[in-house]
Design a protein around this ligand. Structure first.
Ligand code: ADP
Ligand code: ZN
Length: 294
């Protein structure tokens, strides 16, 4: 079986071909320029690939309501040309196959549930901590949609008592993304996160914010696994610090073994590593194919 996958990021697009086992057999990537140029490259890539279905996990916010006139578009983005561009329709016209369409983080949560760190459980939450913060939610065997889709990167954390950084989210200032995404670390300390030593105070502050986000997620959604991905999580000391913050915040209140002795297996890195996004798109494509076959 040959399934197409598109991981549409704000800075780069990744296209690939994979199979029903989650193996990516081929891939390319190119910068996220204007949509017309990007679509040309996507169409050229898939032209002779024989994909039976294509899954798209994209940066957002996006319209996921099939009854809406702007279904299949990115809705509000400062990226030139992308707001309202018929992303999904352009590809549907080029390739008459079933399409899966969701946010990049919902796709990653789904890929992790099918092949990765949440395999065998029917719920998980996927965080990406990168240029922005995104949260994908898979619950009772389904990706969560609602009014739109979860936007957990913009929840409002309690400020760290020693943190004077004002936060850079253009909508909310000091929301989670404004305080804890990669650019927040860089602006707060004046150097990129990748240049800060593992014992730098930056990481305790970072874990303070991410720990609150995970705590709120556990309390609100009760996921059976929490997966932390994205560039910032390449800092290996962060995951144990986040686990410690979550334990401290919950303070034994939620009585579930994974949150107590088992927290190292509960808050984890992506099982699919940096392939979580592309494999997630692949899983969306596979699901679309299965759905089309009834
Ligand atoms: P994107 O979110 O753009 O898709 P990434 O997930 O790679 O891409 O996130 C990029 C962000 O992660 C940047 O802000 C970068 O500074 C930060 N980052 C990347 N690698 C590291 C690292 N090893 N340590 C800390 N921060 C990192
Ligand atoms: Zn925000």
């Amino acid at each position: 079986m040959r399934i197409g996958a598109i991981e549409a990021g704000g800075t780069k697009f990744v296209c690939g071909i994979g199979n029903e086992n989650g193996t990516i057999e081929d891939r390319i990537s190119f910068p996220t320029e204007r949509p017309e140029r990007v679509m040309e490259q996507v169409v050229a890539y898939f032209k002779d690939k024989g994909a039976e279905a294509i899954g798209i996990g994209t940066f957002g916010p996006i319209d996921i309501d099939p009854a809406s006139a702007t279904y299949g578009c990115v809705t509000t983005t400062p990226k030139p040309g992308w707001s309202g561009f018929p992303f999904l329709d352009t590809l549907k016209r080029a390739f008459p196959v079933p399409f899966g369409w969701d946010t990049d983080v919902n796709a990653a949560a789904y890929g992790e549930a099918v092949w990765g760190a949440a395999k065998g459980v029917d719920s998980c939450v996927y965080f990406t901590i990168g240029t922005g913060i995104g949260v994908g939610v898979y619950s009772e065997g389904k990706l969560v949609h609602g009014l739109v889709h979860p936007e957990g990167g913009h929840i409002l954390p309690r400020r760290h008592p020693e943190d004077r950084y004002e936060g850079h989210c253009p909508y909310h200032g000091d929301c989670l993304e404004g305080m804890a995404a990669g650019p927040a670390i860089e602006r707060r300390w004046g150097v990129k996160g990748s240049e800060l030593a593992p014992d730098h105070p930056a990481w305790a502050i970072e874990a303070y914010y991410l720990g609150q986000a995970v705590t709120s997620t556990v309390l609100l959604l009760s996921p059976k696994r929490v997966i932390m991905g994205g560039g910032v999580m390449h800092q290996k000391q962060l995951l144990p610090l986040i686990r410690a913050e979550v334990s401290r915040n919950l303070n034994g209140y939620v009585s579930a073994a994974p949150l107590l002795a088992g927290i190292d297996d509960y808050i984890v890195s992506p099982g699919l590593g940096d392939n979580a996004g592309l494999c997630g798109a692949l899983a969306l494509g596979l699901a679309a194919l299965e759905q089309s076959r009834g």
